[in-house]
Write a protein that binds this ligand. Sequence first.
Ligand SMILES: *[C@@H]1O[C@H](CO)[C@@H](O)[C@H](O)[C@H]1NC(C)=O
Ligand SMILES: *[C@@H]1O[C@H](CO)[C@@H](O)[C@H](O)[C@H]1NC(C)=O
Length: 451
Amino acid sequence: MLCRVRSSSVSSLQRYLVLSTAIFATAAAAAADAVVAFVGDPVRDARCFAKCYRQIAAEQPKCYSGCLNERWINKPGECPVGDLDSVASLDRPCLEQCNSDDFCHAEYKCCRHSCGITCQQPVGLANHRPGLPDVPNVVAVSDYGKALVVEWSAPFPGTSAGHVTYLVQERHHVGTAYVPERMTTWAMVTRTDRTREQFRQLHAPGRWFQFRVAAINENGTSGYSPPSEQFFVDIGPHVDPPGPPQDLTVSSLKWTNKEYQQCVLSWTPPAESVLPVRKYKVFISVRDGPHVYHKRNVVPADILRFTIKKLNSNSEYFLQVQAISEFGRKRFAGQKASTTLKTKGKKILNTKEITGIKIVVIGDPDSRNLINARLSWRPVTMTLKKFHYTLSWSSKDCNDESKPLRARTEVPYFDLFSLKPQCEYFIIISTTFNGSKYVGSFNFTPTVLKL
Ligand SMILES: *[C@@H]1O[C@H](CO)[C@@H](O)[C@H](O)[C@H]1NC(C)=O
Ligand SMILES: *[C@@H]1O[C@H](CO)[C@@H](O)[C@H](O)[C@H]1NC(C)=O
């Protein structure tokens, strides 16, 4: 929901741009093509709106596009001096970023300092300046049940600042207590000519809001008001849990080895969530004979996917995802979205025999009386492609290692070392080729023929 508030404020910004430009529809269309960089500079836009407000209707489009296209080189305020080089250097990169105020966004000015020339927030704006409207003050924020209403002060009636229009910004965070550090960055809510506006899209329970307002006339602005007192939108006795996650999809089902498959489960956030989603729970159930196995996993809110590993073949899985939101110590578990997954059946290979198996003792027994032997067999194929055989051997009842030994070979022979004489070894050779499994197995008891 955090995202929704932000996105709704973005969409209200877009709506505001549409509204303000709709008044001068042709100008806006022309301006949008000509000066793309200025779309999204609400201060410039509001200034041109104020400048052209008194024009007769027929002249407004021309005035507006002319204003947007003209260079705005003498923005109000002064460049900060002195402190520029002492403050965090990350803020003051050694750049040639601009060559006049016109290149800088909103109220920012193009300022030269010892290490380049960059766009900076002007200083000295808040002092009353002739030709600019005073800085407004947010005087009230109230909760009207379905909307937040924000009111601010108008310029003194005596001062003549021409037509004045206002930009309203908000910032917020979710939580039981106000924590200034958790506030979002300032986001544009609207431009309006009134000094009182209601915002339905910002009536979002469980959030702390602050507002600030800038008054703008044809010459620009004296800057934003101080932030309003933080205002909490009551969460009420009952909070709806998040809706079910959407577009639950299984993809990339594949074999990871001969035994298991894996897949990726993905989804999109719920359409409705009063509070922001903190995490998702993924539930995996599978029936295996008379038993049903369940597994649960937790996924952070920004991931939206989960790889399910070690899936059994030929099984039907029931998959569910649930969004969880939190407020203070309370948790709100949403409705689950669900889907099913049928894994692929095991590839059944027909089995063929490896033939021509021979084993011969090589050399003499070593100093510990252990024997080496070479095992060979008839090749399964003469193909030149990379191809290997798997071997395993274990001795049966010789107090030997209980684990069978394993090896791989790309040629149809293999040397076994350090075999115990008079022990029976069980040896298996296997490989797969052309859709068939090839196996050869036999017992071997090394003996040394004393001559
Ligand atoms: C804008 O600034 C100019 C130059 O300082 C001034 O003459 C004019 O009155 C100002 N406009 C308004 C509406 O105050
Ligand atoms: C692969 O198997 C098919 C049918 O099982 C057989 O017709 C074909 O000859 C085999 N190819 C090779 C290279 O053994």
